[in-house]
Design a protein around this ligand. Sequence first.
Ligand SMILES: *Cc1c(COP(=O)(O)O)cnc(C)c1O
Length: 420
Amino acid sequence: MTISTLLHKSRGKTAVRRAPEALAAALREVDDRRLRRRRVVAAPVNVEDAAAALAIDGRRYLNFCSNDYLGLATHPALAAAMAGAARAQGAGAGASHLVTGHGPEHEALEHELAEFTGRERALLFSSGYMANLGVAVALADRDDLVLGDRLNHASLVDAALLARTRRSLRYAHGDAAAARAALAAHAVAAPAAGALLLTDGVFSMDGDLAPLPALAAAAREHGAWLVLDDAHGLGVIGDGGRGSCAHFGLGAEEVPVLVGTLGKALGSFGAFVAGSADLIDLLVQRARTYIYTTALPQPVAAATRAALRLVRTEPWRRERLAQLIERFRRLATARGLPLSHSPTAIQPVVFGSESAALAASAALRDAGFWVGAIRPPTVPPGTARLRITLSAAHRDADVDALVEALAIAWARRVHEGAGP
Ligand SMILES: *Cc1c(COP(=O)(O)O)cnc(C)c1O
């Protein structure tokens, strides 16, 4: 059986008592495992090519790890929409959506998102993380099964935990037959209970696609809610950039709960859930991460509306991205780099050990490329990697130079025998 309980993942963290030595010891443990995470102050170099260039510690780098797949985050149209809305309506919403925080920019954006995704309605959340938590809490009951892909995003894992159901299971990555078997077993064991099937559309650390048609069929057969988190598909894949559902030709019948995020390809911030009018109304009543939090600033919603217009009117951004993905894969394959089966902007190169991934990231940095090393627990142990992402803002020459630097880092890793 390819199913294991979701709670396995709550790793043995050492308890930290209130004492300076205890904090230092906990941090040392992270260091010893080469898992310490650090932030840098990264400033876009200029508005023209900021999707591709960053200034960090006084040096300029090409950015190959953002989620700004279409190069919209620093687009002047988004900045202008944001500034205009701020001047007209102020910076902050001042209240939650259910009190007085729901403004005209929010309302218009929700209509536009519903139309864009082909759903009856859409509901804005402050982030994708919160949207996923809200959906699970609103839809799952104590006896329901909450089922998810083993490589789902952390926010879906946490959503399953927060749903506080007694039955949380994960199935092997991409294994729709295992998901279906789990739903069938649950239908026998608890015929009166419901089920939630949670999946990324495009897996965030691997770039591959979920087997959505098979998952949709299994969910439908067993009366389960299929919740699709399309954070990395929306704006990028499918006809018109409408995401994973459009890619597979699936509609609201097959995928009744669609979560989209606005901080990735759309270049702004926030998230939404799209679905039937009743689903949205129920979320308004029950989704705690919607009810008990301040509404997004209206300028953010205005910027997102500008981004949606660009997604509609500038299909060249998606075409350009597709060309760069093809170029990267062709050159990297020719240089013997081990690619995954990703057709998307996310192109991981797995180095294995934490130290090998860190060394490769440092070597790329020396060569002028910013690509973070992704380590456990974000990815499974032994699969530390460079998560390379491409953007429509990159130039051909940027990709060519990146592949050269990567090939050198990979050859060095093989020489030094790092990793498994
Ligand atoms: C980034 C991401 C989220 C979280 O979205 P935020 O708006 O950044 O909170 C959720 N799901 C997936 C798959 C993601 O990649």
